[in-house]
Design a protein around this ligand. Structure first.
Ligand code: GAL
Length: 692
């Protein structure tokens, strides 16, 4: 659960240690005859692969019958990999239970919101809260840990796989029981729960704990507090499973670092990874490129957030795709240059490992059309040639490993609870969506060449000169105080419509919107004015507004109106406002400001506003090397070296004034300038000496 803690600490340092860039994939040798394994390791060596994740979906082969182990084949693979200098991130193999377990214990199967049981035949068909599943999973974890504790190939444990990807929301009776325990812990009394959930509404008052259920399918709108707590609970429930496996591994192999692959991206939005950080020794993440025009920036956004969740420390890109995935409606291949570009963009944002799903493209099963490092066509293919090329490039980037993302002066807040709650049903409008809105502000910053950190809400905001917090919908009192203190201390805050509206229980702050932020911003909104699909309105500056507007009925005397509505019912009303020094302007010392954007102004409107603010907020002035937004400038550094990752956001070659030594990427340098190929990333050692 997101907290209001102002301090934001981090886990153990660089678990895998600097020295070389890790390169590899999920490896599923059990899908192939033995002779293919020899070709696999030969090609892995050719590509420079030095780590694989093994055994992720191997439970049924490792424990073919209850309590009977067959480790022979895994011993062989581990041995073969080790002989060839390839390390293993060994899975606990618990992600997909074997058929015998579901047959013997159907009570482990998850249940959907409408009561449908999710049967075996796919994967992740287990309840995070099932004590029966937990027992079997921990037995397997222990057996693996004991067998491979001293294996020389073992470098890390891969706990389960993408926890909660398909089974996060389980509405079973096990979940109901665990939910009640979680609620008792949170609220202690039913009075407190009734108050938090607003159960006076629609006759929902609870008298006994066992009356409480997960928010199962109901005749109409479900209780928002119950939904929010179920989201928090579900995120915590899969984390409990992580902790349980973690504890076994910590007991048997205390010195082997442990991770689980996060999904810090929009395919699964409902896990609060900011609260999982203490449960892993190093952060690892999976990312799949969104096809189309915004894909590159979207990748950068999530990589940026992952890097900041990792506290700026190096992290592990556990999965991405060499080319197409198989699970969207249409799955285009990657365009030339994108395979390397995507990998190096992740590296720029702090990844010290670049891994794929998966090594060899499957020939059978649900993922047979998902790309791999070795495609169906074999090694004589564009994809494999790119894979080999990338391997060589990563080797040359060894000096970068161990360095940190260099902090930016601007922070863009990403708040999981605002994401969950703002997207709830029974709201003034279904659009725009929280993640689209935050991405749009990120893109506007990149367009202006402004380097930015995407940070979780618990981050120390005082580290930034500017904080952008789009649609910060959930603002508990403590967060309001943090934001107020930030502005009072001279920080510049920009926030947008539908912010500050509710507290941590999804109760509306009274007295007018933006609720908790009303005093800080100095504006009062009486009514939201969402717009019908296709409708537009304009601001006096010419900015076009779609989807959302608000009626600001009152502005305090010290609030400057930066823009007004030009058309329609809101014509003449303030649309964008700014209060210098926030509420504390009277104190004399503050030079900060609090800007409110009451309308969905889109990427162009955001860009125009930021440009305007840049006139007196220097941190918003773009980097010249960004070439008017054509290039994203990312920096990794430590006391011995500083590395610029110049990512070409366009389909044309771009030349920038970057004079350091070019140490990698698709680019050329003449000593004074660097020319980056279309969709390329140049890696330049900037100023200080390159580490050896
Ligand atoms: C991930 C998963 C992998 C594979 C991949 C395909 O969610 O961890 O096992 O299924 O997606 O894109």
């Amino acid at each position: 659960m997101a907290t209001d803690d102002t301090t934001y600490r981090w886990v153990k340092d660089g678990a895998l240690g600097p020295g070389r860039m890790r390169y590899g994939a999920d490896y599923n040798p059990e899908q192939w005859p033995r002779e293919v394994w020899d070709e696999d390791v030969r090609l892995m060596r050719e590509a420079g692969v030095n780590v694989v994740s093994l055994g992720i979906f191997s439970w049924a082969l490792l424990e073919p019958r209850p309590g009977e182990w067959d480790f022979g084949w895994l011993d062989d693979v581990m041995g073969l990999l080790h002989e060839n200098g390839i390390d293993v991130d060994l899975a606990t193999a618990t992600a997909s239970p074997p058929p015998w377990l579901a047959k013997r214990h159907p009570e482990i199967l998850p249940v959907t919101i409408d009561g449908t049981t999710l049967w075996p035949g796919s994967r992740q068909h287990w309840r995070p809260t099932s004590p029966v599943f937990r027992e079997y999973a921990l037995r397997l974890t222990r057996a693996l840990a004991e067998r491979y504790a001293d294996h020389p190939a073992l470098v890390a444990w891969h706990i389960s796989n993408e926890l909660g990807c398909h089974n996060l929301y389980d509405f079973s009776d096990d979940a109901a029981r665990a939910f009640r325990v979680w609620l008792q812990d949170r609220y202690a009394s039913l009075d407190a729960l009734n108050e938090a959930w607003g159960t006076a509404f629609w006759s929902q008052h609870y008298e006994e704990w066992d009356e409480i259920l997960p928010p199962r399918a109901a005749p109409t709108q479900r209780n928002p507090g119950q939904q929010l707590d179920f989201e928090r609970f579900s995120s915590d429930a899969v984390r409990d499973h992580l902790r349980a496996e973690n504890a076994v591994l910590a007991e048997v192999t205390p010195d082997v670092p442990r991770t689980t692959n996060f999904m810090v991206a929009q395919n699964v939005r409902d896990i609060d990874y900011a609260s999982w950080l203490y449960d892993v020794d190093f952060v690892s993440n999976d990312h799949y490129l969104r096809p189309g025009e915004l894909g590159r920036d979207d990748l950068s956004f999530w990589a940026n957030l992952t890097g900041n969740l990792a506290g700026g420390r190096p992290w592990f890109l556990m999965e991405h795709a060499t080319s197409a995935v198989n699970w969207r409606a249409v799955n285009p291949p990657k365009r030339p240059g994108e395979l390397v570009r995507d990998a190096l963009t992740h590296v720029g944002h702090g990844a010290d490992a670049v891994c794929y799903f998966q090594w060899r493209q499957s020939r059978a099963g649900g993922e047979r059309y998902h790309s791999g490092m070795v495609p169906h066509a074999g090694a004589d293919s564009r994809v494999f040639r790119d894979v080999v090329d990338l391997g060589a490039q990563l080797q040359a980037l060894a000096p970068v490993t161990g360095t940190r993302r260099e902090k930016a002066r601007v922070g863009l807040v990403f708040d999981y609870e605002s994401w969950w709650v703002s997207g709830r049903d029974s709201h003034p409008s279904e659009s725009p969506a929280y993640d689209d809105e935050t991405l749009l502000w990120y893109r506007a910053l990149l367009d202006l060449g402004v380097r930015v950190d995407v940070v979780p809400i618990a981050a120390d905001l005082h580290e930034y000169e500017v904080v952008i917090a789009p649609m910060l919908h959930v603002v508990p009192a403590a967060l309001r105080d943090r934001l107020t203190a930030f502005v009072s201390a001279g920080g510049h805050l920009v926030t947008t419509y539908f912010s500050g509206v509710v507290n941590e229980n999804d109760h509306v702050w009274l007295g007018g919107y933006p609720g908790a932020l009303r005093d800080l911003l100095g504006v009062t909104v009486e009514e939201f004015a969402p717009m019908l699909p296709g409708e537009t309105t304009a601001l006096s500056s010419g900015t076009v507004v779609r989807d959302w507007a608000e009626r600001i009925s009152r502005v305090e005397a010290d609030v400057e109106i930066l823009d007004t509505y030009r058309d329609g019912d809101l014509a003449g009303a303030p649309a964008v406002t700014r209060r210098q020094g926030g509420r504390a302007s009277g104190t004399g010392s503050a030079s900060g400001s609090a800007t409110y954007v009451s309308a969905a102004v889109g990427r162009e409107g955001a860009r125009a506003l930021l440009q305007r603010l840049a006139a007196d907020v220097e941190a918003l002035a773009g980097d010249a090397r960004a070439a008017d937004g054509a290039v994203e400038v990312i920096v990794r550094a430590d006391e011995r070296g500083r590395y610029l990752f110049l990512a070409n956001r366009t389909d044309d070659a771009v030349t920038v004034a970057a004079s350091g030594e070019l140490i990698g990427g698709a680019a050329t340098s003449d000593g004074a300038t660097t020319t980056i190929e279309p969709r390329g990333v140049a890696v330049v050692a900037d100023g200080l000496s390159v580490r050896s």
